[in-house]
Design a protein around this ligand. Structure first.
Ligand code: HDD
Length: 701
């Protein structure tokens, strides 16, 4: 057989080894010099240099591939095992590194150094997630957002694993698998992905009155965030702080975004899902890369056992919140996220949060939901990461020294030395031992009979739901009622729809009527029996979203739609005003590349019109020449651009050409549509939504 070596196509240019910057093991390999610069040699996982990474070993150029090709088999085998089980809930998430800085000491309440050493900066890794969808689902379904923070404190890792909603669906962890099965895609058909608008979810909810308060939150605009940088976070449960004298104080944790709260409107949310499925992840990435670091205040509510006893609800019930008007928030620190992960899998995917990761000076409460969580997360990490050594992964390892006598196991990275792997020992005086400063559980007195029971103090399921609904502004109430109509209109089983409306009657009669009307019900269904008297609690304005929006454009993004020949001066003026207000600008035009303006100068275009709709922005300007307006009047994307901006209650700045496009689109300008020269008025209007416009553009329940 003659050698055909010279005919065999070969591609051998070095492409560089995978990045190994933060890899403690490294991939080794000597450095080689090529035309492209110095780079590591590509090797197998055993360090054998590879001469051809493009062609497998074949018997001859047109022959079978040989089993002998250990390089191919190693590469494909590793590839086949690239995925680990995604999280059963909260699978889709976005995370970043940063720091927590304490600004006020809680030394009277706790020995936890992270809460007593003012000015100390503790590294954090924070992951924000949706709950119901898979890892590849879109960023913007109507869903709760997980808000998990890992503090790498000097006394060990503390994980505060919360949500952007301060209450939860259920009171007992026993119910969690059923809740999750009900909201996830239905098992026979495999849909819907990442949506609660289907029969099984609402069937479960209709039979779970304790979820009614949470239902108010998830149907509110809180679950349609504009940006992950604009959500609040809550530890949800009561925890305990324990001081040096051993005294305990209850505490609730709150994260408050520096940029204020902001949401999208439902129609906009639906369209964003198509325009940019990674809307929130990209937003966070771009903010961090540009140096506009997301920031939150950490605040606490502190209260004693006696104060808790006087609340008209049980604070150990995770379906209840403590109104800020009852126990005010005390700001104690801030968190800044200033570094995007180097590698999504190694960090965002492999990070393992557990509410049981706690430091001395903080302790759990008897909230039965929290107690169940203390088991679940460790168990899930064992299954997801496949080894009790998951704490050795760089993203999970404490940044303080840690040492014990646990040993071996699947994929351990540690190489302990010496013969002593137990405690107490006398053979190795320098081996790890207990310390009086170590973690101590609070000595809470417990009494009563054991049993599978729900405390009577957990029986009121409607008072706080009512308080939440009645605390909202009129547009928020209308959005909430419309969300219920939307969700229930997707439910095919009439008795499920009716059962939910029955529950709503206990919350607010007018709300029940609005939803019943929206669903075309002829009569109001009966309300179920309430297990406890329903209270009229004082309204809590702190529960509003619109009320807590900041009048600011900081951290937002404004689009300027232009075409060939647009007014250079007007463009420059709006750009300058937007940047001055702390927002970013994107120029959108029918084509990307460079565009000639009215004065002959050119401008770089950031987004092509068809792929950059106005739903991606907080406000828009439309600056067009007469010819430009005429041309865009025949473009569906341009018509949708202005119609949607108007329909989504955004401020719009227009010149004469912009006005012509609005007219072609059938948009009748109102107070939120401003003439282009007046940049100040536009910026002011852009700092909020034009809520007064809403009744003119859509019928809400
Ligand atoms: Fe949970 C993940 C938040 C109740 C069981 N949960 C998970 C994450 C967050 C929360 C933010 C994602 C963490 C990350 O980014 O990796 N969960 C909550 C909150 C709850 C709650 C605020 C109620 C107050 N969870 C809850 C219960 C159970 C679980 C009652 C089980 C008894 N949660 C899990 C889990 C997950 C999880 C199955 C999936 C992935 C993971 O843990 O790491 O163990």
């Amino acid at each position: 057989m003659s050698s055909k070596k010279k005919d065999t196509p070969r591609v051998t240019e070095g492409k560089g080894a995978p990045g190994t910057r933060s890899d403690p093991v490294g991939t080794g390999g000597e450095l080689h010099q090529t035309a492209g610069g110095t780079h590591p040699v590509l090797t197998t996982n055993q360090g054998t240099p590879i001469s051809d990474n493009q062609n497998s070993l074949r018997a001859h150029p047109k022959g079978p591939t040989l089993l002998e090709d250990f390089i191919l088999r190693e590469k494909i085998t590793h590839f086949d095992h690239e995925r680990i089980p995604e999280r059963i809930v909260h699978a889709r998430g976005t995370a970043a590194h940063g720091f927590f800085e304490l600004t006020a000491s809680l030394a009277d309440y706790t020995t936890a150094q992270i809460l007593t050493e003012v000015g100390e900066r503790t590294p954090v890794f924070t992951r924000i997630s949706t709950v119901a969808g898979g890892a590849g689902s879109v960023d913007t379904p109507r869903d709760v957002r997980g808000f998990a923070v890992k503090f790498y404190s000097k006394q060990g890792n503390w994980d505060l694993v919360g949500n952007n909603v301060p209450v939860f669906f259920i009171q007992d962890a026993m119910k969690f698998p059923d809740l999750v099965h009900a909201v996830k895609m239905e098992p026979d058909r495999g849909f819907p992905q990442s949506a609660s608008a289907h029969d099984t979810f609402w069937d479960y909810i209709s039979l779970t009155p304790e979820s009614m308060h949470m239902v108010m939150w998830i149907m509110s605009d809180r679950t349609l965030p504009r940006s992950l940088r604009m959500i609040e976070g809550f530890g949800v449960h009561s925890f305990r702080l324990v001081n040096a004298a051993g005294d305990s104080t209850f505490v609730k944790f709150h994260w408050r975004p520096k940029l204020g709260l902001q949401s999208t409107v439902w129609d906009e949310t639906v369209k964003i899902a198509g325009a940019d499925p990674d809307f929130h992840r990209r937003d966070m990435f771009e903010a961090i890369q540009s140096g506009a670091f997301p920031e939150w205040e950490l605040a606490v509510q502190l209260f004693t056992e006696d104060e808790a006893a006087a609340f008209p609800f049980d604070h150990l019930d995770a379906t209840k919140l403590i109104p800020e008007e009852l126990v005010p928030l005390k700001v104690i620190g801030r968190m800044v996220l200033d570094r995007w992960p180097d590698n999504f899998f190694a960090e965002t995917e492999q990070v393992a949060f557990c509410p049981s990761h706690l430091v001395p000076g903080i302790d759990f409460s008897n909230d039965p939901l929290l107690q169940g969580r203390l088991f679940s997360y460790l168990d899930t990490q064992l299954s997801r990461l496949g080894s009790p050594n998951f704490h050795q992964l760089p993203i999970n390892a404490p940044k303080c020294p840690f040492a014990n006598h646990q040993r071996d196991g699947h994929m351990t990275m540690q190489r302990p030395v010496g013969r002593v792997a137990y405690e107490p020992s006398s053979l190795a005086p320098d081996s790890p031992r207990e310390t009086p400063q170590g973690f101590r559980s609070f000595g809470a007195a417990e009494s009563g009979e054991r049993g599978r029971v729900r405390a009577e103090s957990f029986a009121d399921h409607y008072s706080q739901a009512r308080m939440f609904f009645r605390s909202q502004t009129a547009p928020e109430q209308a959005h909430l009622a419309s969300a219920l109509v939307f969700e229930l209109s997707k439910v095919e089983t009439p008795h499920v729809r009716e059962a939910i409306v029955g529950h709503l009657r206990h919350i607010d009669a007018a709300l029940a009527q609005r939803v019943a009307d929206g669903l075309g019900l002829k009569a109001l269904p009966p309300a179920p029996r309430a297990a406890a008297p329903i209270l009229d609690m004082d309204a809590s304005p702190a529960l509003q979203l619109i009320g807590k929006m900041k009048h600011t454009l900081e951290g937002r993004c404004v689009a300027i739609l232009i075409n060939e020949g647009s007014d250079a001066k007007a463009l420059a003026a709006i750009k300058a005003a937007v940047l001055k207000a702390g927002a970013s600008v994107k120029v959108v035009a029918p084509k990307i590349g460079e565009l000639k303006l009215s004065d002959g100068s050119s401008v770089a275009v950031d987004g092509q019109l068809a792929g950059t709709p106005s739903v991606l922005f907080d406000a828009v300007a439309v600056l067009l020449s007469d010819a430009g307006a005429k041309a865009l009047g025949r473009e569906a994307a341009a018509i949708d651009f202005v119609r949607d901006a108007f329909g989504h209650l955004k401020a719009i700045s227009i010149d004469q050409g912009g006005q012509a496009l609005l007219q072609t689109a059938g948009v009748v300008p109102d107070a939120g549509v401003l003439a282009a020269p007046d940049t100040a008025a536009f910026i002011d209007a852009a700092k909020t939504r034009q809520w007064a416009r809403e009744p003119s553009v859509r019928t809400l329940a």
